[in-house]
Design a protein around this ligand. Structure first.
Ligand SMILES: C[S@@+](CC[C@H](N)C(=O)[O-])C[C@H]1O[C@@H](n2cnc3c(N)ncnc32)[C@H](O)[C@@H]1O
Length: 318
């Protein structure tokens, strides 16, 4: 991010002005109080680390050996890099849904995409979802109005900027929901009737899928519903300049301004997910597909709890 002398703090939202043009707050776009929370807050820690790197680069760029600004991301863990990517991509995220800009693939493709997206929406709308609903990694809230019309929706994401878009979308639909920055890997703080994830499971590495499905189970009341929509592997689903999957579990993504980020991206097969859902203790799991682009998954938490959900609790990312 560029240095700013006045800004609204990315974490708490309060207006802040720096005292010195070299203040870290101006690079992190965090107020001094929030910078002080770096020890116990993943997002703040990422912003402070990135700000230190950006400030350092700015000093270097005056010399001929300075690297090109914006293309060399600080050394981030996969988690931080993914949150940073979606934070930076918030304003262009919906171009993917709307097949605009680098996601436009010609009229035939774009019509097929829109038809399948519509099919996914009708599928989600037809599910028996009601009561208290949690949407994890909700992003810009593409699916949130549909969910907010079905019950009391809480939508969570680790990055604040996409949530701002989701808030605007809900306001435009005159719908209410609870929006909070929250890590999808955090343990549930209550049990709810339904959990939805859009295009999130494909960011969960295979090695952590059982752990994440265990979290979803712990979110759900007996008889609760888990629903998800996700990506199938199709060469035209992503942007024209997104490089193919390197090792089947990561992808390098580029923003309109050229910045690059490498993030986890796993194209699960329906049977893999059905098996993982069954192993996590879900019942009646079914993962269908649209013709080319999407996975449509649903599963139920058992009406009465038998043995505890297998699979260890997550470690590391939360
Ligand atoms: C592919 S987008 C999906 C957004 C939305 N669910 C949709 O269907 O359009 C993935 C989202 O996951 C969020 N994210 C990344 N890491 C996260 C984490 N650890 N916890 C919660 N959200 C996270 C990103 O900020 C981004 O909004």
């Amino acid at each position: 991010m560029p240095f700013r002398s006045s800004f609204d703090c990315l974490w708490c939202g309060r207006s802040w002005s720096v005292r010195d043009p070299d203040d870290l707050e101006g690079w992190a776009q965090l107020c001094a109080d929030c910078v002080g929370r770096a020890d116990d807050n993943d997002f703040v820690r990422y912003r402070v680390r990135a700000a230190l790197a950006e400030r350092g680069r700015d000093t270097q760029s005056a010399t001929p050996s300075g690297k090109g600004a914006g293309h060399d991301n600080p050394d981030l863990s996969g988690h931080d890099e993914m949150v940073a990517y979606y934070e930076a991509r918030a304003s262009e995220y919906d171009d993917w849904y709307l097949r605009r800009g680098r996601y436009e693939r010609g009229p035939l493709h774009d019509v097929a995409w829109a038809a399948e997206l519509d099919e996914a929406g009708r599928w989600l709308d037809g599910l028996p979802i009601s009561g208290e609903i949690v949407e994890l990694a909700a992003g810009t809230g593409w699916w949130s109005p549909l969910l907010a019309a079905k019950g009391e929706l809480s939508l969570y994401d680790a990055a604040p900027a996409p949530l701002d878009r989701a808030r605007e979308r809900l306001v435009a639909h005159r719908l209410r929901a609870h929006l909070h920055v929250r890590d999808a890997w955090a343990e549930p703080d209550r049990q709810v009737d339904a959990v939805f994830c859009g295009f999130w499971l494909s960011h969960v590495p295979r090695s952590r899928l059982a752990g994440f499905l265990g979290i979803v189970r712990r979110w759900l009341k007996p008889g609760g519903v888990f629903a998800f929509i996700d990506s199938r592997s199709d060469p035209q689903s992503s942007a024209i300049d997104h490089r193919p999957v390197r090792d089947q579990e990561t992808m390098t993504r580029r923003l309109d301004d050229g910045r690059e980020f490498t993030i986890p991206k796993v194209y699960y097969e329906p049977h893999e997910l059905e098996e993982a859902l069954a192993a996590a203790g879900f019942e009646s799991s079914r993962v269908a597909t649209t013709a080319r682009f999407f996975l449509l998954g649903q599963a139920g938490a058992p009406e009465s709890e038998g043995r505890p959900v297998s699979g260890s609790r997550p470690n590391g990312l939360g």
